[in-house]
Design a protein. Sequence first.
Length: 186
Amino acid sequence: MSLPPGPTLIAGVGNVFLGDDGFGVETVRVLGEHPLPDGVELVDAGVRGVHLAHRMLDGYATVLLVDAAARGGEPGSLYLLDATDPADAAGRPGSTPIDAHHMTPDAVLALLDTLSAGTGARRPERVLVVGCEPADTTEGMGLSAPVAAAVDEAVRLVLRLVGADEPEPAAAGPPPATSERNATPC
């Protein structure tokens, strides 16, 4: 999958106080340990979805959102979703309530639609979501074992997407399962 030329933003989304919801934040923390190509920015957006939606209008050609994504697969399954695909956009709610402390990628994208229409600012050409099926999003810190095991594979996927050198895969066990439902295999 090729990305449009131009600046790229990688944003980890999620709440570290809700178990596996912290997947995106942990993944961008690990990504920060790797060299990224010029023009690729990395940010821990956490629960600041309103700020993230505004930042996405800062001239990025591509935005990669990394987050927990409950889609019905096995915990630890990775998904690559193209949020700029018209089929995916059609399924996105037209008006998503804004809760500054619980902004899912759908809510961020709905706000992005509103902001870009209202300001005339250029939205990114491509928005991809690297999601991981959570096992537990109840109150508490730390990732479950299957989601923690998926972090390294998500890092390799993001590095591959932005054209960076990939680290060698860990030698422990098979990679997490990938769901085919409404997602591009990783």
